[in-house]
Design a protein around this ligand. Structure first.
Ligand code: F6R
Length: 615
């Protein structure tokens, strides 16, 4: 989804902006652009260059240009209004090229604004953002911030907005409603420099000191000073916070792709997810962020897990854990459905909102709906200081570190880890015994080593991927707690390899899906040793009888699995509730190798964005 970076300081802005855009690439984009305030003989103009496609295209275009200036804004665009063209790429101007803005979000009432502005403005693009630029321009009477505040009070929709104006050679103004903006603050030789970005990744190379802009706030940086205002133009005090991640964490560390690095990160970051959050001796877990008294915890009679995509499949694993350990009825709701349904939620309902980015628009809206209805709402989020983290009344960071590949991997396993700890926390208050709690925690402590055993089979999994990479379809099946694992395996494969993949509970096959089976329709079956093993095995036998090729995930030592298939990934044995933590790693590697063998852009698959900040 669109990415923003702005700079104001003593450095040349262009290299900072281009480097920043590269850091934002992971969000997904289709075009990019940059605008700089350039002063020559006391005259300041805005110089702008935009290009369709990769940042490299933009860098190539800039190569032969003179771009000198210390203040600038840049943007990666993910098309919403208007096609992927250079004209539609940001930054956008008003009529007279003195104002430039970059914007992430959607201006819902842009048609109304256009009508209001009448014929006095000429538009060059099909974007909602350009209309906003013209609206600001129409209110401008020498004070850029005031013009922006006036314009925004008229806007319906969402925005992260950064603007520059050629009348103000030393000023950047930014505003936020619904789309994130982080401001990096750095002191160099007694001079302050500032970075304004969609997230911290382009800022970390310079500073870890940041402020997070909140909704309806407008920030003005001018002459080395930063002030934040609300839309009534009153000053708002902001705290400078320190970010924990360092820049090297955001690098590939020798892996060919971020996705592979992130898959291999899992044993390490899993430890970060559970560290300090359990007491083995008493078989309990305690996540302080839950922020509930024991009485309140006892009053909960329903849990709802809200999320999108991979995060929702992590939630489905959590459902099994909450119901089994705590006997609390739990449902998983896809955020985009929840927000438009009439959910039955009250003050005995606990809602967990799951999100890697913490910025997913549908999830954020669902969160607000759940809060409105009086539920306890807690976040399980990766990105520190993200909107969801800040809007929930408590919750837990999953500590997976920066996840830059579009396809989610380590955030999935760490979300499952945190959900398991929450389930145990509630479980120990209710029916789960000390012995069960202790056994579960011990098994969790063994997970990193067991994950490593699966990672060590990467080459073997690659060989299986080589055999199946040219298939057009693949079906994933699992039962019980491994059904969401099958769903996640299919999603991972389709999103990065573009092979059509679906997932079903094994028991559903004979209710229709089995009609698809043939010699060129492989089935990926998760057949680890859980309580539904025998049932799953029967399903695999049925598939074998129909001569469809079978790939299996089976438990180490299950020699009989070899009678069913020659393509087996053996995984170490663990408790049933923890199986998804291991089985998913095998599926991630399978999807990754298939995509690489097919020559796909693994870290940035087509049409996808890392952070889906529009509905
Ligand atoms: C799939 C994937 C997506 C995300 C989904 C939610 O690999 O990454 O399905 O899981 O868009 O994103 P977050 O977790 O950021 O809310």
């Amino acid at each position: 989804m669109c990415g923003i970076i702005g700079y104001i300081g003593k450095k040349q802005a262009l290299p900072v902006l281009i480097k920043g855009l590269r850091r934002l690439e992971y969000r997904g984009y289709d075009s990019a652009g940059v605008a700089i305030l350039e002063t020559d003989q006391n005259k300041t103009v805005i110089k702008r260059i935009r290009a369709v496609g990769r940042i490299d295209n933009l860098a190539d275009k800039i190569k032969d240009e003179k771009f000198v200036g210390h203040v600038g804004i840049a943007h990666t665009r993910w098309a919403t209004h208007g096609g992927v063209t250079e004209e539609n790429a940001h930054p956008h101007f008003g009529c007279d090229d003195r104002l430039a803005i970059v914007h992430n979000g959607i201006i819902e009432n842009y048609r109304e604004i256009k009508e209001m502005l009448g014929n006095s403005h000429t538009y060059k693009t099909e974007t909602d953002t350009e209309i906003l630029a013209h609206l600001i321009e129409s209110y401008y009477q020498g004070d850029l911030r005031l013009a922006i505040e006036k314009a925004l009070s008229f806007v319906r929709g969402t925005y992260a907005l950064v603007a520059i104006h050629s009348d103000h050679p030393d000023m950047v103004v930014a505003a936020r409603l619904g789309s994130p903006l982080v401001v990096g603050v750095n002191s160099v030789d007694d001079n302050d420099e500032y970075f304004v970005a969609s997230d911290a990744s382009p800022i970390l190379a310079y500073t870890k000191k940041v402020i997070f802009l909140d909704d309806n706030e407008v920030l003005e940086i001018s002459n080395g000073k930063m002030n934040t205002f609300n839309l009534k133009d009153e000053i708002v005090q902001k705290n400078i916070e320190e970010i924990e991640w360092d820049e090297s964490e955001a690098q590939k560390q020798g892996f060919p792709h971020f996705m592979l690095k992130e898959i291999f990160d899992q044993p390490r970051v899993f430890v970060d997810a559970i560290r300090g959050r359990y007491d083995l001796k008493n078989g309990i877990s305690f996540l302080g962020g839950l922020n509930m008294t024991e009485e309140e915890m006892h009053s909960i009679n329903k849990i709802i897990l809200i999320a999108c995509g991979t995060a929702s499949y992590a939630g489905m694993v959590g459902k099994y854990a909450f119901e089994r350990l705590a006997e609390i009825s739990t449902t998983v709701e896809v955020s985009s459905e929840f927000r438009y349904s009439d959910p039955i939620v009250d003050n005995k309902t606990l809602v967990f909102v799951l999100s890697q980015s913490g910025e997913t628009a549908d999830t954020l809206a669902a969160l607000r709906e759940a809060k409105r209805k009086g539920a306890f709402v807690r976040g399980i989020v990766n990105v520190i200081g993200s909107s969801i983290a800040r809007e929930t009344d408590g919750g837990t960071y999953i500590h997976a570190g920066p996840e830059l590949a579009v396809a989610s991997t380590k955030a999935y396993t760490n979300t499952v880890a945190v959900l398991l700890l929450y389930a145990l926390q509630f479980g120990r208050l209710k029916r789960t015994s000390l012995v069960t709690g202790e056994r579960m925690l011990k098994a969790m402590l063994e997970i990193p080593e067991k994950m490593s055993k699966i990672l060590a089979q990467s080459d073997k999994i690659k060989a299986i991927a080589l055999k199946y990479k040219d298939c057009k379809n693949m079906m994933f099946i699992g039962r019980g707690i491994n059904y969401p694992v099958a769903l996640e395996g299919a999603l991972k494969l389709k999103e990065i390899s573009y092979i059509h993949a679906d997932a079903f509970p094994g028991g559903e096959l004979k209710h229709g899906h089995i009609a698809l089976l043939s010699e060129d329709f492989p089935i990926f079956a998760i057949m680890t040793k859980d309580q539904l093993y025998d049932k799953m095995r029967s399903n695999v036998e049925e598939i074998k009888a129909r001569k469809a090729p079978i790939i299996l995930i089976a438990t180490e030592g299950d020699e009989s699995a070899k009678n069913l298939s020659e393509d087996i990934i053996f995984v170490p044995e663990t408790l049933e509730l923890l199986e998804p933590l291991l089985n998913s790693v095998a599926l991630q590697l399978f999807a990754y190798h298939t995509a690489v063998l097919l020559g796909r852009d693994v870290d940035r698959p087509r049409n996808l964005a890392k952070s889906v900040t529009v509905e």
